[in-house]
Design a protein around this ligand. Structure first.
Ligand SMILES: O=c1ccn([C@H]2C[C@H](O)[C@@H](CO)O2)c(=O)[nH]1
Ligand SMILES: [Zn+2]
Length: 160
């Protein structure tokens, strides 16, 4: 017996519920998939500590980054800064980044290092959510402001 015919319904018949800091469930899903996928591209032969990052731009575009290490250890860069640099080259500027997600293989999840927090502050609002995924894909969310209180940013400079 053939299945009864069903009218062509959209897969999500009601609007995505805003769950986290104005992000829809599908945006959170896209961010988590992208940072976990990017973690698989990490170049970390020295630390063997894989980190993937993803950014959601206001355009809807998702940008990926991973840590890229170097035989001269301090030259290596974190996943967050790799992603942000890529976003800037793609044309993103201050106000164009809605969220950052980071994935590692540890639990509780890693949070961006101090250097990255300041680097992020250059381009992102203090209210921007930072989603941190642990080894099991479980997330913790904090705002940039919570990670970097009383921060120094571009508007702190007199020339701004
Ligand atoms: O939030 C973090 C923390 C660490 N790392 C990288 C730097 C280095 O390659 C490795 C170990 O510190 O992890 C990141 O990319 N992001
Ligand atoms: Zn960092």
């Amino acid at each position: 017996m053939s299945a009864p015919s069903v009218p062509n319904k959209p897969q999500h018949s009601r609007r995505d519920t805003a769950l986290i800091h104005g992000l829809s469930t599908s945006e959170v899903q896209a961010l988590s998939e992208a940072c976990i996928e990017a973690k698989g591209r990490a170049y970390c032969p020295y630390s063997k500590f894989r980190v993937g990052a993803s950014l959601l731009l206001t355009s809807g575009q998702i940008i990926r980054g991973a840590n890229v290490e170097n035989a001269a250890y301090p030259v290596g860069t974190c996943a967050e800064r790799t992603a942000l640099g890529t976003a800037v080259v793609e044309g993103a500027r201050r106000g164009d980044i809605r969220a950052l997600a980071v994935a590692t293989d540890i639990s509780p999840p890693a949070s961006p290092c101090g250097m990255c927090r300041q680097y992020i502050r250059e381009f992102c609002e203090p209210s921007m959510p930072v989603l941190m995924y642990d080894k099991d894909g479980k997330s913790t969310v904090l705002t940039l402001e919570q990670l970097l209180p009383m921060s120094f940013g571009p508007e702190s400079l007199p020339m701004h």
